[in-house]
Design a binder for this molecule. Structure first.
Ligand code: HEC
Ligand code: HEC
Length: 451
């Protein structure tokens, strides 16, 4: 035994040394710095983190990554690193585009090449990546911001068209999520960034991380095809028309499975990422790798981002706080609703953000295309977090349920149901709470609205 061979002083020294070697607590600045070192430091670490994070190695998402990520001299590691010159489309840039003039680009690149020295600096850099790193040129956006002729009337039309399709402006006239940038080939283009889907403007305020539920990317693209006479595959056009606002098919197969854009706050509490729980969220490296591979994929595998920017992006995502909750009007009902929630919902929605581990799709019974799809399928759906759920309609992974009231009502199961967010017909699955007494159901909704 240790104690029997060492004197008291030596024992104390041994214990102190042991304490000093203890890892810093998860999510502390020191811990994050260590995780950054591991992710940025060695290919083998990234490869190991990738493999540990993929839930189903056989879906397309996993297979692409297992084949090409973290392989040192081949695959995606061999792509050129790209640090863009990019400018957010603020009021002045939007006015230039409306006059069919290309706005000036900054001389400097997005990142100065220096690794941030502390967590606040990582987050600041990540925020810039979120708003300014172009995922790709988006011709439909360029089209809708640039009218055919320089007449003011057409420029006003362009702005109205864009707004109607969810290309939101701040009261100052800026368009978060859009940039003008010098593409890989040097051409100036209008591009989209993370913020086009994951930032909304509510009552004139930019809510970072909120899903842009008015954005209708499918209709935007169809308008571009129509106006420019671009020939587009009829089947593809039909699908894009069915996306509707707030959804996008971000999967890499040809099935039809547009999904709802999620809010991005509370990611630390999520044990799995994406609706189908495609990624095991074992730590920040899992998210950084998701973002690194998303950025290089979005570029059409022409470039890869500097890894520091992928890490910075992950740090920013973890820092996003939800907007203020709605004021609680009826405390009694909320308290009663909390009891109902504990009895009927918490066994699944039990995490700090009221989400939870994925459950088999047969159990939850919602539309199975994504869970069982080749693209990202795992056979499961993760239990959606419920922080600010009152403003997260339409609900479920495919955005088919328009309100909490409908979600908790048996009416939506009927063949003749006409109240679905995506057209007539029953909306099946997730039948929890639908047979509760009316007063409990009402209280439960008040409680959900308070989260
Ligand atoms: C075209 C719209 C769009 C853009 C642009 C976009 N996303 Fe998303 N994002 C989505 C959709 C849709 C999902 C849901 C995908 C799924 O669950 O399979 C999603 C899911 C996510 C998730 C998982 C969230 C969770 O709760 O599991 C994260 C994190 C995320 N996006 C971050 C980003 C970042 C960072 C960027 C920029 C690099 C970005 N997204 C760009 C639409 C978009
Ligand atoms: C057996 C596990 C389970 C139980 C019990 C459960 N849920 Fe869920 N919940 C899920 C899963 C899984 C999803 C995601 C399903 C999907 O998107 O297809 C979900 C999604 C939701 C959503 C949609 C959130 C959004 O933003 O789209 C709400 C709201 C919700 N649940 C509320 C409740 C309430 C209220 C109860 C109790 C009456 C409850 N859930 C009981 C598993 C469960």
């Amino acid at each position: 035994m240790l104690g029997s061979r060492l004197g008291p002083a030596a024992l104390l020294a041994a214990i102190t040394a042991c304490r000093a070697a203890e890892p810093p607590p998860p999510w502390s600045e020191a811990w994050l710095a260590g995780e950054a070192e591991r992710y940025l430091g060695a290919t083998a670490n990234r490869r190991a983190a990738l493999e540990a994070s993929l839930v189903n190695p056989d879906n397309v998402y996993s297979r692409q990554r297992l084949k090409s990520y973290g392989r040192d001299t081949v695959g995606w590691d061999a792509l050129p690193v790209w640090n863009p010159r990019s400018r957010p489309i603020d009021r002045a840039a939007a006015d230039d585009l409306a006059r069919r003039v290309w706005p000036e680009l900054p001389a400097e690149r997005l990142w100065d090449g220096a690794r941030p020295a502390n967590q606040a600096a990582w987050i600041g850099l990540g925020r810039r990546v979120f708003f300014e790193f172009p995922l790709r040129p988006e011709f439909a956006m360029e089209h809708v911001l640039t009218p055919w002729s320089a007449s003011t009337e057409l420029a006003d039309d362009a702005a109205a068209n864009a707004a109607a399709l969810g290309v939101e402006r701040t009261p100052a006239g800026d368009l978060p999520g859009l940039v003008v940038f010098a593409d890989v080939d040097g051409q100036r283009r209008v591009g989209i960034t993370c913020a086009i889907c994951h930032t909304a403007i509510r009552d004139g305020v930019v809510v970072e991380g909120a899903a842009r539920r008015r954005l209708d990317l499918g209709s935007l693209r169809l308008r571009y095809y129509r106006d420019t006479g671009t020939v587009v595959d009829a089947e593809l056009a039909r699908r894009m028309a069915t996306w509707g606002p707030g959804r996008a098919d971000v999967t890499e197969d040809d099935d039809e499975d547009p999904v709802a854009i999620p809010d991005l706050w509370g990611l630390r509490a999520e044990s799995f990422l994406t609706h189908a729980g495609t990624i095991r969220h074992l730590g920040p490296a899992a998210l950084a790798i998701r973002q690194e591979t998303q950025l290089l994929h979005a570029s059409g595998l022409r470039i890869r981002p500097p890894r520091e920017l992928a890490w910075a992006l992950a740090m920013y995502l973890y820092s996003i706080e939800p907007p203020p909750a709605r004021p609680v009007a009826d405390r009694g009902a909320v308290a009663r609703g909390a009891t109902v929630f504990d009895a009927h919902c918490r066994r699944c929605h039990g995490s700090a953000g009221y989400g939870g581990d994925p459950v088999p799709v047969e159990l939850v019974g919602t539309e199975p295309a994504l869970a069982n799809g080749r693209a990202r399928g795992t056979g499961r759906y993760r239990v959606t977090a419920l922080v600010r759920v009152a403003d997260a309609a339409p609900y479920l992974h495919d955005g088919t349920v328009p309100t909490l009231d409908v979600l908790l009502s048996a009416d939506r199961l009927a063949l003749g149901f006409a109240g679905g967010a995506r057209g007539p017909g029953p909306v099946r699955g997730h039948r929890y709470g639908i047979d509760l007494p009316a007063a409990d159901r009402a209280a439960l909704i008040r409680y959900l609205e308070s989260l």
